[in-house]
Design a binder for this molecule. Structure first.
Ligand code: BEZ
Length: 209
């Protein structure tokens, strides 16, 4: 099944390191950073699990719950978490789904046969509190994800929702933002009373607090 931005994230109930999880219920009114891994006890995955745990306060500050998936069983996840904690100097406190039969991985199109028929690639789904998929990205098994980018895109999505703006290339929090073309100048005067820089009628930059 191929999933698109704007789709409702398919719900599922499955076993995890904190017991059975029903995605929509577990998410409550939080955002979800849902990310898959090929397998337990693999080096790249170990660093990614550790990085997610190290960033617990950053995710929490953004009202985001991390949710991992690996195509192994809960008991293996627990043994692996011990390794992650000791090699990455952290404590994994977010749940990891156990998906040995790849049911959730298939539901989210995480199995890419060109990479593996039995293990998930490195998928990311950012799901908002309305359970809509707001971002998806896919990395190959051999490349660890950039967690600065994951936090950056969450910041951009949340700021966009709050302030009706878009963000330019390489935007970082505090940088100028874009007034989207869907907002005409009359409306923009109300939304952005401090004005904007108009490089082209379709390219208006403004500062936001
Ligand atoms: C890893 O996590 O290190 C990994 C997993 C599957 C294939 C290649 C690398």
């Amino acid at each position: 099944m191929s999933l698109h931005i704007g789709d409702t994230a398919p719900n599922f109930t499955t076993d995890s390191t904190i017991g059975e999880i029903n995605l929509h219920k577990w998410a409550e009114d939080s955002w979800v950073f849902f990310f898959s891994h090929p397998a337990d006890f693999t080096p790249v995955c170990t660093t990614e699990m550790g990085r997610t745990a190290q960033l617990a306060d950053e995710f929490s500050a953004r009202n985001v719950k991390p949710l991992g998936l690996s195509t192994d069983i809960v008991e293996e996840h627990w043994d692996w978490i011990y390794d992650v904690n000791s090699t990455q100097n952290t404590g994994v406190h977010f749940p990891i789904l156990a998906d040995p039969d790849c049911e959730v991985a298939q539901l989210y199109d995480m199995i890419h046969p060109g990479e593996s028929n039995t293990e998930a690639v490195r998928s990311v789904f950012i799901i908002d509190p309305d359970k809509k998929i707001r971002l998806s990205m896919t990395y190959p098994m051999s490349v660890g994800r950039n967690f600065d980018e994951i936090l950056r895109v969450i910041d951009a999505l949340q700021l966009g929702d709050k302030k009706s703006i878009a963000t330019p290339a390489d935007w970082r929090p505090g940088d100028k933002v874009i007034i989207p073309p869907s907002i005409d100048n009359e409306e923009a005067k109300k939304l952005f009373p401090n004005g904007w820089e108009e490089l082209r009628p379709y390219l208006r930059l403004t500062e936001i607090n």
